[in-house]
Design a protein. Structure first.
Length: 454
């Protein structure tokens, strides 16, 4: 079904589009191809964005701070006074100037995210392979991490919390946050206050590819050293730049536009389904919002409710664009078909509002974060349940997980071998080295037994 505007629309309000419908029972080649395109949408930007991001990153690598400042002026995100870095004293001052309401909200969000993150801290393990061979897998936090926080059109202190708190739990040595200034050349005071609360070591005021390049290369002027890993959500330019620096530093994962999906049946309240369906589409005009349902009556009711809801929302223009281009209603003949579609799509966010929500949740394998039942809106997880909202998009939920403490450290293998242990595996090592033609490997074993072999 072609997207058409809902009528009538209140004067001065943006029309709410009807969503394109997919018949999941259809075997028509065109319908099947459309579904396959959704499943293989990917999170990696197109080559033109990647090429442009590569040029920016290369410029930052060559010219440092001057290149970052030039890009900020070209693309936006610069502080009005031209500074690139906000230091801890200014961040602490912003913390102390937070209103009581903002401070309480940040404190609770931080506490909940920390509570969920603390049990994730990986243990160091030691394993006895045979007598005389013991292997330790030792957890070590990273030395330096860069946390990218989107900004510009809107501040995202919640993303700062989601990226910095698990880094703190992992005991990362140094944390740099990067986020662009708004159109007025300032950074939102709540974002600054959140950085002060979490005692970040520096805030780089830059966005897009130039911010990622600066995090990866450091600023030679001494503001901060190159980081070891870059994490956090961002637009296509951020994602493209992260892919460009992935050979120099670690990255969490390439992230595409925010995605929202609702799986619902005729037991669901269309008012709640409509409210949840538009949540992630609010992030930008390229954000998909998909209702998967076994009930055509629910689909109709949800569309009617969205027509009523959208004109009341502040970002209704963005929502209307997102829904017109990327909004879908997938009609399934039964729940099993609906679940199969969900798994094939692998959404970033999935709300489940069906009669037996728990049983359905058990059957879903691929989703970044799942919200179970009518009292679990996706927005709760975006801010304060404690779950992390930095999630895999573009179908990467099939193979990647949400941001967690594990992303802020690494394991080192430590192998302890004595003479008896080496003797136990000597024949195996020497034989396999011989098969592979690596005689130096074999010699390193035999040499150790040269006295006993005589």
């Amino acid at each position: 079904m072609t997207a058409t505007p809902v009528s009538p629309t209140p004067p001065g309000a943006t029309a709410s589009p009807r969503l394109r419908r997919l018949d999941l029972a259809s075997t028509d080649p065109v319908a099947v191809a459309e579904r396959e395109a959704l499943f293989r949408r990917g999170a990696v930007p197109d080559e033109s964005v990647r090429a442009a991001a590569r040029e920016i990153v290369d410029d930052v690598r060559t010219r440092g701070a001057a290149a970052v400042q030039d890009a900020n002026q070209r693309f936006g995100g610069a502080l009005a006074d031209g500074r690139l870095v906000i230091e801890p004293p200014e961040l602490r001052a912003a913390r102390d100037q937070l209103s009581s309401e903002d401070r309480e909200a940040l404190d609770e969000a931080i506490a909940n995210v920390r509570r969920f993150a603390e049990p994730q801290l990986p243990p160091t393990t030691r394993t006895r392979i045979v007598e005389g061979i013991e292997i330790e897998r030792r957890w070590r936090p990273l030395d330096r991490v860069g946390c990218y926080v989107p900004g510009g059109s809107a501040p995202y202190p919640s993303s700062l919390v989601m990226t910095v708190v698990p880094a703190r739990v992992a005991r990362v040595g140094s944390i740099v946050v990067a986020s662009p200034a708004g159109p007025d050349g300032t950074v939102h005071p709540v974002l600054l206050g959140a950085a002060g609360l979490l005692e970040v070591d520096a805030m780089l005021v830059a966005g897009g590819a130039q911010a990622i390049g600066a995090l990866a290369c450091g600023l030679a002027e001494g503001a901060f050293d190159p980081v070891d890993r870059i994490v956090g959500p961002g637009n296509a330019w951020v994602t493209a730049a992260k892919l460009e620096v992935a050979g120099i530093v670690g990255i969490d994962l390439p992230a595409g536009p925010s995605e929202g999906m609702v799986l619902a049946d005729d037991s669901a309240d269309p008012v709640l389904v409509a409210a949840d369906l538009v949540t992630q589409a609010e992030h930008g005009p390229d954000s998909p919002a998909i209702l998967v349902t076994t009930s055509e009556a629910l689909a109709d009711a949800v569309e009617d409710e969205m027509a009523r809801l959208l004109p009341t929302l502040e970002r209704h223009d963005i929502l209307a664009q997102a829904l017109a281009i990327h909004g879908r209603i997938a009609l399934a003949p039964d729940l099993a078909t609906a679940i199969a579609f969900v798994d094939a799509y692998a959404p970033e966010h999935l709300s489940i509002d069906v009669q037996d929500a728990e049983a359905t949740t058990e059957q879903v394998r691929h989703a970044g974060s799942i919200f179970v039942g009518p009292w679990a809106p996706e927005s709760a997880g975006d801010y304060a349940t404690g779950a992390n909202h930095v999630l895999p998009t573009g179908g990467l939920a099939r193979s990647c997980d949400s941001l967690g403490v594990e992303a802020f450290g690494r394991f080192t293998q430590i192998q302890r071998v004595n003479e008896r242990g080496l003797g136990a595996i000597r024949a195996t090592v020497e034989r396999l080295a011989t098969v592979e033609g690596l005689t130096a490997h074999r010699n390193a074993i035999a040499t150790r037994f040269r006295d006993t072999d005589r």
